[in-house]
Design a protein around this ligand. Structure first.
Ligand SMILES: [Zn+2]
Length: 146
């Protein structure tokens, strides 16, 4: 389902396709409509995963998801709010269909599964769609005191 977004500059209604790459521009005035949905969320692949989680100075919360998974979409909204409220965690995601090797290596048996890595090691995971409050509570011991 495309989302309809009103342009903040000229008010024109624009149709945004979910999963679109880059910043969507207004069809009338070409001003940016909004930051991309997954702004600030790193997309990890088999090639980038190990070094990304090991080298990242912050804890990294990885969302293992799939495009056919409805609860994953709800979870993406929750994660977006979660990320907006915290600057002490790096958000990342792995598409389990694109990266079945990672899904099996990290024993992802269902999606969404959220795994927190600190200095390259898994410290905690949450399976299934949960509320933002629940996320904050689950991962609080490894993050700051916000
Ligand atoms: Zn416009």
């Amino acid at each position: 389902m495309p989302d309809i977004v009103a342009c903040p500059a000229c008010g024109a209604k624009n149709r945004i396709r979910p999963g679109m790459r880059g910043v969507p521009l207004c069809g009338r005035c070409r001003k940016p409509l909004q930051p991309p949905r997954d702004a600030g969320i790193r997309v990890l692949t088999t090639d980038s995963f190990e070094s990304a989680i090991a080298m990242n100075p912050q804890p990294m919360l990885v969302d293992f998801w799939a495009s056919w998974c409805q609860p994953c979409r709800a979870m993406a909204d929750v994660l977006e709010r979660f990320a907006a409220h915290r600057d002490d965690v790096t958000m990342a995601k792995v598409d389990i269909d694109a990266e079945p090797g990672l899904a099996s290596q990290y024993q992802i048996f269902g999606v969404p599964t959220l795994v927190l890595f600190v200095k390259g090691h898994e410290v905690h995971r949450v399976s299934g769609a949960v509320s933002e409050a629940r996320l904050q509570a689950e991962f609080k011991p490894w993050l700051g005191k916000k």
